[in-house]
Design a protein around this ligand. Structure first.
Ligand code: PLP
Ligand SMILES: N[C@@H](CCOP(=O)(O)O)C(=O)O
Length: 470
């Protein structure tokens, strides 16, 4: 399998090089040259299989012959062995034809662990095979950062710097990033919002000299391998509910568009998904885009679902690339408009292609609180605010739910205890492994939203830049 950039001006790479590259050198995102398709019989055969078996079948076509089957299997098995539920990502019914897929049984209690636990193993494998070191820089609104730090801490081949928006993540999220005592981990509280963190990260990738000097790699969903690992749970959920003989819809709490894009890929691979519902909080750029065809960034508002307080949704570029029939020139034009004027308009044919696959709904702060309270009272189930956005969107989009609707449960309620308690009266408890989180000492550096300062910090902590032997 080969990977091409959505902007068409970067080298075509194999899986491991795309994995280590993160963002393409032309500023675009890597996507596979074609979508692999699984047969009806193959999808049907997933029924009753363990999570790692389905993961192996779904992920292997994207890896091709770049990693031998035995080590790939071993990495997948190891990645999910530590999850706190035997089903890894169990389904829970919370209403008529309404389910939550709990993606938060990994070590940092958010769906990011599902991909990050595998990504760290894949990167370590690829770096060792090349006898190389990498410096990972990640941008986070809270969950990617903690999952990445947990997955990469102590790894000999990598140094990791995580940029999070100062004062705009929950206390649990912050402590998960700042209390890890490992010499290769560096948490930076950036004076700005998540979009600033992501913009600085992309600026580092686009500064090619710096990128090469530090061996820059990425763990955000701009990295194709993140998306690959997230495709798997669409298959396990749908098959548990009767696929491929029956269609299933998904409501996905959305920010950077990575998680729902994984659902789109699952559909391209042959999974019978009826609708993909983009669920946004009041930072609703994607809901507005689906309604009007105009993608227009506005100021970010702080909400009780901080991980979705995002305006520029990186992975939407991957969808546009498909919707424009893979015309990279069109993507360069749209991204140029976005950089220049903060907006672009999607042409009619591409807009129709997007509308044929996606719906979108938005939930405001009152609706999120109401949803958490109602589901607690009616189903005895505690939602985190991000998942609550997904449930409210599902109610709005499909009140009668002809087909089963799976809401992706993207975080454990204990990551956002204040918001959950306000809405339900219940204070969710952290699992035992994190019970002393509030007592652990914190270690982080506050830095201004300034590329030069950030690059100097990263360079100082990069063993690759200092020429340390791998
Ligand atoms: C808890 C939670 N829910 C939803 C999202 C949105 O996912 P995505 O950015 O893949 O759209 C995020 C962050 O990415 C998150 O951390
Ligand atoms: N919500 C995310 C934002 C970054 O998203 P990613 O999927 O591109 O890593 C977070 O929690 O950091």
């Amino acid at each position: 399998m080969h990977y091409v950039s959505t902007r068409g001006e970067a080298p075509v790479l194999g899986f491991c090089d795309a994995l280590l590259a993160g963002l393409a050198r032309d500023g675009g995102l890597y996507v596979p040259q074609h979508w692999p398709v699984l047969s009806h019989a193959q999808i049907a055969s997933f029924a009753g299989k363990s999570y790692w078996q389905v993961a192996e079948a779904v992920i292997a076509p994207f890896v091709g012959d770049e990693i031998e089957p035995a080590p790939l299997r071993h990495m997948i098995q190891e990645a999910y062995a530590g999850f706190g539920h035997p089903a890894v990502v169990p389904l829970v019914q919370i209403g008529d034809n309404l389910f939550v897929q709990e993606l938060f049984h990994g070590p940092t209690l958010a769906f990011k662990d599902v991909a990050m636990q595998l990504l760290a193993r894949l990167m370590d494998h690829a770096l060792k095979a090349r006898n190389k070191r990498a410096t990972i820089v990640g941008a986070t609104s809270g969950d990617t950062g903690s999952a990445a730090i947990e997955a990469f801490r102590g790894l000999e081949q990598v140094d990791i710097v995580i940029l999070y928006p100062h004062g705009r993540v929950s206390e649990v999220q912050r402590r998960q990033m700042t209390t890890v005592d490992a010499p290769n981990v560096h948490a930076v509280a950036l004076e700005g919002n998540f979009d600033d963190c992501q913009a600085q990260l992309k600026a580092m990738f686009n500064h090619l000299e710096f990128r090469d000097e530090i061996g820059l790699s990425g763990v955000n969903s701009i990295n194709w391998a993140r998306i690959v690992a997230q495709i798997v749970y669409y298959f396990t959920a749908a098959v548990a509910l009767g696929a491929p003989h029956r269609k299933v819809s998904f409501s996905v709490p959305t920010g950077n568009f990575g998680d729902i894009f994984a659902g789109y890929v699952a559909k391209r691979m042959g999974l019978p998904i009826e609708r993909l519902l983009i669920a946004t909080n009041v930072n609703d750029i994607l809901a507005r885009t689906i309604a009007t065809g105009v993608y227009e960034a506005r100021g970010v508002k702080e909400t009780s679902s901080p991980s979705m307080d995002i305006q520029v949704s990186s992975n939407f570029e991957r969808l546009l690339f498909d919707a424009y029939r893979r015309d990279a020139g069109q993507i360069r034009r749209l991204m140029g408009n976005l950089a220049q004027s903060g907006a672009f308009e999607i042409d009619e044919g591409a807009y129709e292609a997007i509308r044929s696959e996606f719906d979108a709904e938005r939930a405001d702060e009152k609706e999120v609180a109401k949803t958490i309270g109602m589901i607690w009272r009616n189903a005895g189930y505690l939602l985190d605010p991000h998942t609550a956005v997904g449930v409210m969107a599902a109610w709005k989009a499909e009140p009668d739910r002809r087909v089963p609707m799976v809401v992706l449960g993207t975080a454990h309620p204990a990551k956002f205890p204040a918001a959950v308690k306000d809405a339900s009266g219940i204070e969710p408890k952290l699992p035992d492994a994190l019970a002393d989180l509030y007592e652990r000492p914190e270690r982080f550096t506050v830095l201004p939203n300034d590329l030069g300062v950030l690059e100097a910090f990263v360079r100082k902590h990069s063993r690759a830049a200092q020429g340390a032997a791998a």
